[in-house]
Design a binder for this molecule. Structure first.
Ligand SMILES: Cc1cc2nc3c(=O)[nH]c(=O)nc-3n(C[C@H](O)[C@H](O)[C@H](O)COP(=O)(O)OP(=O)(O)OC[C@H]3O[C@@H](n4cnc5c(N)ncnc54)[C@H](O)[C@@H]3O)c2cc1C
Ligand SMILES: *[C@@H]1O[C@H](CO)[C@@H](O)[C@H](O)[C@H]1NC(C)=O
Length: 424
């Protein structure tokens, strides 16, 4: 057994909580969170097979999270004519787990349980992570492992995990360059909302997505023109809700979102931006309430995720646009890499060298996905949507990646699979 380290995790988002779950088995884990509990929005998140395999290996209860299995994706034009259908069954089998549609709130609650429930309940060793809420970290000495809070308190850790999201304060300290302080606007924004099953039925009648049958499907309606507008829909929270994400270039959205990044969206703006979409889409959009408008931002890949005894994970390390739905899944792959610390021979002194292996695996992988997510902003054709899915969905975990790197092999081996279904 490794000697327990004192681990300080900054941020209790998806990345911080799953990292806490992985590390609590052998180490003393403290999580520091600025907010007072869950702030996950009422919105969906789909997790790729690589992410679900990791979640399940660490005891994630998909039923508790009311998660839904998916295996198909249909792409329609603006007028609800199908232009492409993909069947992910073979890819999911190759990736070794399922593709799943979740509600962010439910996902967060289950991750919180994995980080904090008694070890007997989870059937694991170690003790629960301690989470301190409403604690604002203002400075980190990344080499010494010292964390300063707003009230002046100082905490000392052997390993510091910067899981503090897209506006990370740890990121510039690790990279050593203030240029990495803020993520840049991608030029597109997203209207997000969920529709209750009843509202969907009233708007468009009974549809396959909401019929309660698993595997379900994730659908897109595309403008198929130079604007790359898209409407993504999928069920979540056990078919109680239909998650809707409507992405458009900033230039076509009347509201101003630049300052706050995220704002309340107005129905009239949504309807105007997608005014040329047909009756099916219009009927759905008209039902929207509590719309959020997100300016989508991303980062250039970082030159490093590590410095001294500090490491970046999740959006702090690799903020990306949601076009490939990979942000959450990449956070899960990061957390899995903390298995490196659950081996023999781990001590305070060995933390910096173990982090080198973390960086060697995680940074090329997540950087590639950041780059291809940025390229996916261009969604003018149906074929562009799942262009990189074979790479994105398959990931063998940190130990196998290290083995392949040391053997001079490709870290991620892309399966040869045909996804497209013949349309009649
Ligand atoms: C519109 C949209 C749709 C998306 N859809 C998908 C999808 O379908 N699939 C997918 O995989 N991903 C998706 N993502 C990406 C995914 O949501 C993110 O990658 C993921 O939530 C990042 O988690 P995180 O824990 O790294 O960051 P966060 O969830 O941002 O957590 C960071 C935490 O750190 C705390 N914090 C920050 N600073 C401090 C401080 N100084 N002191 C203390 N605490 C601090 C914050 O309060 C926060 O709780 C989407 C993103 C967007 C914007
Ligand atoms: C990502 O894109 C940048 C800029 O084009 C490039 O320098 C970098 O090598 C790319 N990284 C990966 C992993 O593809």
């Amino acid at each position: 057994m490794p000697a327990p380290l004192n681990v300080i995790i900054i941020g209790a988002g998806l990345a911080g909580l799953l990292s806490a779950r992985v590390l609590r088995e052998h180490h003393h884990v403290t999580v520091l969170e600025r907010l007072s509990g869950s702030h996950e929005l009422g919105a969906g998140i789909n997790i790729s097979p690589a992410g679900n395999r990791i979640l399940e290996e660490f005891g994630f209860d998909q039923e508790r999270a009311k998660s839904i299995v998916a295996c198909r994706s249909k792409i329609f034009d603006r007028h609800h004519n199908i232009v492409q259908e993909l069947d992910m069954t073979d890819l999911v089998a190759a990736a070794g787990s399922e593709w799943r549609l979740n509600h962010r709130g439910n996902l967060w609650v289950e991750l919180h349980r994995l980080a904090t429930a008694p070890s007997e309940e989870l059937g694991i060793s170690g003790s629960p992570a301690k989470i301190f809420w409403e604690v604002d970290v203002v400075d980190v000495d990344v080499e010494a492992g010292r964390v300063r809070l707003q009230d002046g308190t100082e905490l000392h850790g052997d390993l510091i995990v910067g899981a503090d999201g897209i506006r990370s304060m740890v990121r510039p300290l690790v990279v050593g360059d203030l240029a990495f302080q803020s993520a840049r606007p991608s030029g597109a924004s997203a209207f997000r909302f969920t529709l209750p099953a009843k509202a969907v039925r009233e708007a468009v009648g009974e549809i396959r997505q909401m019929d309660g049958q698993e595997p379900s499907e994730l659908n897109l309606h595309l403008a198929l023109d130079d604007t790359s507008r898209s409407i993504v829909t999928y069920p979540c929270r056990g078919f109680e809700l239909l998650n809707c994400v409507c992405i458009a270039p900033d230039s076509l959205i009347r509201a101003e979102v630049t300052e706050s990044w995220s704002a309340k969206g107005r129905l009239e703006d949504l309807l105007e931006t997608f005014g040329d979409f047909g009756t099916f889409c219009q009927s759905l959009l008209k039902q929207a309430e509590n719309i959020k408008l997100w300016q989508l931002r991303d980062q250039d890949p970082l030159p490093t995720y590590i410095k001294g005894r500090t490491v970046l994970v999740g959006d702090a390390a690799h903020a990306m646009t949601p076009h490939q739905a990979q942000g959450g899944t990449q956070a899960m792959e990061d957390a899995e890499a903390f298995r490196l610390f659950n081996q023999e021979g781990v001590s305070r002194d060995s933390v910096p060298s173990i982090l080198k292996d973390f960086d060697r695996v995680r940074r090329p992988r997540a950087s590639m996905i950041q780059n291809t997510s940025r390229q996916s902003l261009d969604r003018r054709t149906a074929g562009s949507v799942y262009k990189n899915v074979l790479y994105n969905w398959v990931y063998p975990g940190v130990f196998e990646c290290l083995r392949r790197l040391d053997a001079g092999e490709e870290m991620v081996q892309i399966p040869e699979i045909k996804l497209e279904v013949e349309l009649k």
